[in-house]
Design a binder for this molecule. Sequence first.
Ligand SMILES: NC(=O)C1=CN([C@@H]2O[C@H](COP(=O)(O)OP(=O)(O)OC[C@H]3O[C@@H](n4cnc5c(N)ncnc54)[C@H](OP(=O)(O)O)[C@@H]3O)[C@@H](O)[C@H]2O)C=CC1
Ligand SMILES: O=C(O)[C@H](O)COP(=O)(O)O
Length: 472
Amino acid sequence: MEKFKAIINNQEIESNSWLDIMDPTTDEVYAQVSALSAQEIDSAFKAAKAAQKNWEAIGIEKRIEFLTRWRDLMLKNEEDLATTMMHEIAKAYKDCLTEVRRTAEYIDLTISEYNDLQVLTFDKNSKGINEDIIAEYKRIAKGVGVGISPFNYPINLAVSKLAPGLLTGNTFVFKPATQGSIVGIKIGQLAIEAGIPAGVLNVVTGRGREIGDVIVTNPLIDFISFTGSVPVGRRLMEISSSKDLVLELGGKDAAILLDDHNLENIAKDIVAGAFSYSGQRCTAIKRVITTNDIADKLTPLIKAEVAKLTVGLPSENPIITPMIDKKSADFVTDLINDAIKKGATLVYGGSRDKNLLQPTLLDNVTVEMNVAWEEPFGPVLPIIRINEIENMINIANKSNFGLQTSVYSKDVDLAYKVAEQLEVGTVNINRRTQRGPDVLPFLGVKDSGFGVQGIKETILSTTRYRGIIIKK
Ligand SMILES: NC(=O)C1=CN([C@@H]2O[C@H](COP(=O)(O)OP(=O)(O)OC[C@H]3O[C@@H](n4cnc5c(N)ncnc54)[C@H](OP(=O)(O)O)[C@@H]3O)[C@@H](O)[C@H]2O)C=CC1
Ligand SMILES: O=C(O)[C@H](O)COP(=O)(O)O
């Protein structure tokens, strides 16, 4: 059995305990990673703290060099990273490759965005200043960051926290999701190969429910960036030692159709939005809300698109692959069964082979059914028939989540008015819900998150102003 060791202070840790990493496709153990103790995790924070000032002091040009080398090594090793990811999280191989390349581009964009960040300066000629002073406000590192990433984008959602924070002079204790830990360790190894100094990027592994509290309560933490589920995000809010948090949590993104213009293309867009990576994306379309008349025309079109979805093993590059684990597959199955029991129409799918669920389309879903409200994080799409625009907005807003919504209409002014009433981070008019392009701010409100991610936003959230004012 291959074993992958956590990395602290650029050293592989000879831990006494090991954690199984499953292959969701075979449901068998694929490899093992270190299951760190509380003491080992504490040593990761001490290493990060000890390294931070020097890392900041080496200057931006040097840090750009290190990060560029890290990026180049990711691309050089893209096949290995993609293959590992495919085994750990059952994502289609070509999508794993795309994720590595998107991550390299993320680093490039981070570097160019940083260069555009201005130092704020003021003097006696500035509006509102009546003294003879020169004031300069520079953005400097906050210190030691914690990055905790979810399973579904193990490289991209890790590096999108780490790269901006490292570039700006912070050091990190990084905890990858258990399914995603091997990739997490591999990017840690590539950071060492890129020459990133000891203590700057520490990769700690172990089961979140066992080591999570130990990580987030460490007194050396200056800020935390977390992506994952609502319950874990809430716990962080309650117990973490730093209240400087960015939380990207779940979603229940709706696609609202206001009229029947262009339905064939919209059906394609909705299916791509709902089912890619088997719906295991926080931004997946997780409910369609439209009128009875439109649904009568739309449902068969969506059904035809769902029927075209390829289903199979990640190595074969289908859209639908096995879900991350049995517990998650059971949860989606329960949602489907609950809806059918309460009167929903099963339009397509509904069957399952171990962790592999057929893409499932449910029509006539009502607000009494759990699938109208819960985030499945799996391949099921409910259609909710609601007749007045005001009621559509109400149902959309009744969700505890507030990540994104799509509004489709030929009347962009009307769609814009609806968009202004939706309680979400971002509304997409005539396009599916999605995080990209990565230069855009990415945020959720209500239970979907706290703070903002994005290239510029993460540079800002991992830095603070340091003002120096000189009286002349
Ligand atoms: N808004 C967004 O940007 C995104 C949100 N998500 C959301 O994430 C969820 C799916 O991802 P999933 O990985 O299952 O989410 P989890 O919340 O289960 O896990 C996320 C991360 O938190 C760790 N963790 C678990 N328990 C604790 C704890 N008590 N303290 C600290 N860390 C802990 C996990 O480790 P371990 O794996 O070891 O348990 C993992 O690294 C969905 O709800 C989805 O919507 C996902 C992607 C993007
Ligand atoms: O983890 C997620 O689900 C992402 O943040 C969504 O990214 P995507 O819209 O690019 O898939």
